[in-house]
Design a protein around this ligand. Sequence first.
Ligand code: HEC
Ligand code: HEC
Ligand code: HEC
Ligand code: HEC
Length: 234
Amino acid sequence: MLVRKIMLLVFVLTLGVYGYGQFVGDGGKQTVLGTDHDLRGEFSGATAVCDFCHVPHKFNSLTNQPPLLWNVQVKPGPYSVYSSASLNGVARDPSTATSATGAAFMSLLCLSCHDGTITQASFYQTTSGMGGAGSTTPPNVGGTSGLSNDHPVDFTYSAALASADGGLRTPTEGAAVRIPYVGTGNLPLYKDQSTDTSGRMECATCHNPHNDTNQKFMRMANSGSALCLNCHGL
Ligand code: HEC
Ligand code: HEC
Ligand code: HEC
Ligand code: HEC
């Protein structure tokens, strides 16, 4: 038991320093247990939970290795992106992610399941007894219309953007890029490179894949559209 706990700790610490997450404050990951992201029920024989998304060892050498010991094969794309005449931000297709544009993985990782299919073949490693096919179809976000009908993601949300738009809260820039909650806490933005001073908005800005307390894995409750107003209110 102790050995297992130490191994889990080492695994978690390794993930934490990987660099792409950059956001400190997501909290303990035990909250994922029993949520819709606890996929043990979907794959017969599966006992571990983290392994569906992160594995401690990957026995392959990919040219474009996704971060965070990612265990789901990212989809090739391309995804069409949101556009409008009034949009100030420049949305990027997250499927063009490389280690130089690391923030994009914080959307592409979600889309690796949320393009509507997930089977045993979707994983790099199936060491924890993930047999059979997934019995649930993940809600399809990146389907036939790509990301063109979704809230824009994978664009730089800088103080300059907020000022150009005129109706957005100004994010904190520098070491910890984020948008402070109106209450307490933060919505994270993600950097392509650790030296960037501005962060990018990704799926994981609004969603915390490990915590379903606010339902739909939202980072904050959206009652009275509080989530939307946290950025679109002044
Ligand atoms: C459904 C997929 C999924 C599952 C299951 C999952 N994670 Fe994650 N995890 C993610 C995604 C996506 C990110 C990157 C976005 C973010 O940081 O929230 C991430 C980020 C992380 C990070 C780095 C960011 C941080 O908060 O420090 C750690 C550490 C981590 N996960 C650990 C775990 C552990 C431990 C488990 C199992 C108890 C787990 N995860 C289960 C999807 C998942
Ligand atoms: C390993 C595959 C996988 C990954 C990676 C993953 N999801 Fe999911 N997600 C699922 C599945 C499967 C369900 C549906 C489970 C069900 O209906 O029982 C789901 C459900 C959800 C739901 C709906 C919950 C509800 O109450 O209806 C949201 C929101 C969600 N995921 C967001 C995300 C986001 C955002 C990311 C990335 C940060 C992500 N997911 C990454 C597999 C995944
Ligand atoms: C601006 C914040 C925001 C961003 C960015 C965002 N979402 Fe969501 N998402 C929401 C909200 C709010 C809901 C709940 C909507 C509802 O219940 O009608 C939601 C719902 C969902 C659901 C559940 C849909 C269902 O049918 O139950 C999934 C899956 C999901 N998001 C995945 C994603 C993925 C993947 C991305 C990135 C491509 C993403 N989200 C980006 C705010 C966001
Ligand atoms: C984390 C901050 C954040 C959250 C939360 C958020 N948004 Fe946004 N939203 C933005 C930014 C930044 C833009 C890009 C604005 C621009 O570049 O002109 C944007 C763009 C939009 C656009 C497109 C505007 C256009 O000019 O085409 C709409 C519509 C929108 N958001 C609605 C919503 C709704 C509804 C919610 C709640 C479900 C929400 N947003 C939550 C930050 C956020």
